[in-house]
Design a protein around this ligand. Sequence first.
Ligand code: F0G
Length: 457
Amino acid sequence: MDSSPELPFEPFKAKVVERLPNPSREDRERALERAHFNLFNLKSDEIRVDLLTDSGTGAMSDRQWAGLMVGDETYAGSRNFAHFEETVRSITGFPFVLPTHQGRAAENLLFSSLCRPGSIVPNNMHFDTTEAHVRHQGATPVNLAVPAAYDPISPDPFKGNVDIPALERLLTVEGRENVPLVMVTITNNTGGGQPVSIANFREVARVTKVHGVPLYLDMCRWAENAYLVREREPGQSGRSIREIGREFFDLADGATMSAKKDGLVNIGGFVATRDESLADRLREGLILFEGFPTYGGLARRDLEAISVGLLESTDLEYLEHRISQVRFLASRLERRGVPFLRPVGGHGVYLDVRRFLPHLADEDLPGQALAVEIYREGGIRTVEVGALMFGASATGGGQGLELVRLAIPRRVYSASHLAYVADMVSRVYERRDSVRGLRMTYRPERLPHFTARFAPK
Ligand code: F0G
């Protein structure tokens, strides 16, 4: 089926619908005051279109819902776990699979088993929870994405790639004593949902092997990464999503996964590895923090929904729709001259705040100010990915990128919702000179963007 770039064809139809709230301008103003200008504090009834995150916000398919009905809620040895384990093994080839309630629980288990105070953990770019978990172990996260990753207008097709000479230097100086693992995030969420190429990942695997350092993938959006590799990397267009994904997995020692993304579920995740003795240690932590290894903090029916969702996310027609939605939104914004990070990535459009609001200085918290203004204009919730999310980080986190992410939930919104979003964002762009900065009135110690409070300047 052909899908016009103008209007992405939805390869599904609605079976259940949910009424969208329609808050008035006064409702929105009141909501902003009540939320202390932090959009995480909004209530769903105050939101018209929610682009805060693509994590756990997707719509499950009829087959996934059917999977819930065959939930076998046995404490130990549930058949849903057997199916889940078999599915993850068949996709990744990793023999040891431990379910967790979401991605950060997998991160906690992996980092608490491998890191010690003083360790260094390289990644192309850490996501906020990943970075926080590395720090929680007393270790230091280091971002090693290629320089193009920090340039919002560079057309480089693989801005998720790792800077190989920088990784080599780090491993040569620090060695395996100080670097317990190297992680690579596919796609690179912090840098705009940008893919990592197979050629680059092969090099990462070569370098880590030379230094004897384990290599782990943060595979949250691995199917979207494979789609972009298939489209952009020479020689990959004839391969399936699973074949491309499998080449990444074959090069790695294990992975953490938030199934809330390319698992197409509302909750769930896992950590998987080839290392049997590590798996034993992970299992001990799992029982302590999450639950018995055949459920890992989830209802067994949730594991069934993940097994189905993981495979659905590799369907080419689904992925084509998903990526073309992101491009549809971007093309509508482009027509109105709205600046965003290029090329558009796998799960959302990231507005380039410095070009959007050049009159605001960094201390005006321009990303947060823009997210607030987009909500004010159209009841649309987005999220700042910039100085606020990563400003306190020693790695520089986004390293100077100041972005507002419009993350598109999977199989939820239609093209007309996205056209509405483009109209509202464009209206803010047209009156951009009127946008005022914010100041922080409360700053928590960790992960400030979730709970900070603000006031207009
Ligand atoms: N790694 C990446 C790359 C992520 O994007 C996320 C979550 C996690 C790990 C943690 O997974 O939420 O299941 O604990 N990202 C969401 C987002 C929250 O909005 O991008 P989790």
